[in-house]
Design a binder for this molecule. Structure first.
Ligand code: GLU
Length: 493
């Protein structure tokens, strides 16, 4: 059987859009699920849209997300390199190849030279619009003979090459999600294949590359669906077997609008910065428009590879729901390896000015306990900054009436004094001490339960609920505990 080969073919125009990541992911899942190969090709033939550094960004985002490809464009030691037997994988390095195939199309009557100026094309389009027609090329240069065209080229005239579509022919293809599709050539334009700058258009390059690179399944966004009949015709013109097409419904926001920068985060980098875990983002994105048979919602990459099929991709458009993503991410945060999670959380704590490199080196375990203590309530990692502020504040105020009330209880002064004394007696408040100290002061004061715990919680954190008291005591340490109790004694008792 033919080897399954899929590709992700982004244009380097900036960042990787979250919808693009989902396309890459579905390609990857299908390729891996079928023992196939996944290829990264860079489609940079539109030089006006090229953005410096975009290739590196794209690759970094894919790598972060754990989407591994077998061939194509990679970054090694900060340099762009290409690997695989079907290269080059950057379209701007394949211009000679396109030229050769365009010549073949022209020779065989499937394409023609066009010398129409921009002014003429604009005028034609204007007139068609006035007449209520769909603007398209009027075919003026179709009838030029090849000799005549070659002469004009020899005379230095600028030209493009256009696809010569036959009139009134149905072009048929099957899409795995959309089913059978038929488009009549009368509704299509004689697409430019080669531009006057010698670069191919996307339409030409994509077909030639997909064929030469042995691509068996083309999985891409549905915005390319209207272009597909032209591609299919080009395959036929070359006499090539066409691939299987899969056009993915667009990722929409909750208002069923296209996800755009104006409405919040759209780039993979935005999500990474906010502190979404790659496993969670990938897990959630897989569910935007697809569901596994058993409707499970938490799936690892291996499970996704196992479960994924195009048959279960809905054709109704995938809704990207931030709340759902937060829920999935929260799940991963709670079950993530604590060491790894701590390393990911550290940059946020550092940026907030809570810790510095020296502290990180010396007190990694303390930071680990800090992360463990607050991770329960996190939807994404940057939220940690607000969640841990109580551990870094100089003093804390009771946060509400109820907390204030607790400080007025009859037992409160006794309990706080006992804690202060117990803490004062030891050199350091370590975990072992933190685990025992409440028992100790229960014994020495005779106060227990709520009456014992709540005053301590409020004095140390200002809040009447929150993380484990043992962790709070350990994390605050000797000096902070004494300082906070003294502050409360002076101001609230
Ligand atoms: N270069 C196109 C894009 O950036 C790829 C479309 C395709 O996959 O054919 O979306």
């Amino acid at each position: 059987m033919k080897e399954v080969r899929l590709r992700f073919a982004p244009s380097p125009t900036g960042y990787l859009h979250i919808g693009g990541l989902r396309t890459a992911l579905y390609n990857y899942l299908f390729a891996k699920g079928h023992g196939g190969k996944f290829i990264l090709r860079i489609e940079d033939t539109d030089r006006t849209r090229y953005v410096e550094g975009a290739i590196e960004n794209l690759i970094a985002s894919l790598q972060w997300a754990g989407i591994k490809y077998d061939e194509g464009v990679f970054v090694e030691d900060g340099k762009i390199v290409q690997k695989g037997d079907f290269g080059p994988y950057i379209q701007s390095e394949r211009l000679d190849i396109y030229r050769e195939y365009v010549d073949q199309l022209i020779e065989n009557g499937y394409a023609y030279y066009c010398f129409c100026s921009k002014e003429r094309l604009d005028k034609v389009r204007e007139e068609q619009k006035i007449k209520g027609q769909i603007p398209k090329y009027d075919g003026l240069c179709r009838s030029l003979s090849l000799e005549e065209a070659r002469e004009r080229i020899a005379n230095g005239e600028e030209y493009v090459v256009r696809l010569k579509l036959p009139a009134n022919r149905d072009i048929k293809f099957k899409d795995l999600i959309r089913g059978d599709i038929t488009i009549n050539t009368n509704d299509l334009d004689d697409q430019v294949l080669l531009k006057s700058d010698g670069f191919p258009t996307y339409h030409l390059a994509v077909v030639i590359d997909d064929h030469l690179m042995g691509i068996t399944h083309i999985v891409r966004g549905e915005e390319w669906l209207p272009s597909t009949p032209k591609h299919v015709y080009i395959y036929e013109a070359f006499g090539w077997e066409k691939p299987t097409y899969v056009h993915l419904p667009t990722v929409l926001n909750k208002d069923r609008k296209k996800l755009s920068k104006r409405h919040g985060d759209v780039s993979v980098e935005d999500f990474r910065k906010k502190g979404y875990l790659p496993e969670a983002l990938v897990n959630y994105l897989a569910l935007v428009g697809w569901t596994p048979e058993d409707n499970r919602e938490i799936l690892s990459m291996e499970e996704l590879i196992e479960e994924f099929t195009f048959e279960r991709v809905s054709n109704a458009g995938g809704i990207f729901d931030n709340d759902k993503l937060d829920w999935v991410n929260g799940n991963y945060i709670r079950s993530y390896d604590l060491d790894k999670l701590t390393r990911l959380a550290i940059p946020y704590l550092k940026d907030a000015g809570y810790i510095d490199d020296g502290f990180i080196n010396e007190r990694f375990d303390w930071i680990k306990t800090l992360v463990e203590t607050v991770r329960e309530g996190l939807s994404y990692l940057s939220e940690i900054v607000n969640k841990v502020d109580i551990f870094f504040a100089d003093t804390v105020e009771p946060e509400n009436e109820e907390a204030l009330e607790i400080l007025k209880w009859e037992e409160t002064p006794l309990v706080l004094k006992a804690l202060k004394e117990a803490v004062d007696e030891v050199e350091e408040v370590d975990m072992e001490f933190a685990k025992k100290v409440m028992k100790t002061i229960q014994k020495s004061t005779g106060v227990k339960g709520k009456k014992l715990f709540m005053p301590v919680r409020v004095a140390l954190t200002g809040a009447n609920h929150g993380p484990e008291l043992v962790n709070i005591i350990y994390l605050l340490g000797k000096e902070n505990i004494i300082k906070r109790i003294e502050y409360v004694e002076k101001n609230h008792i």
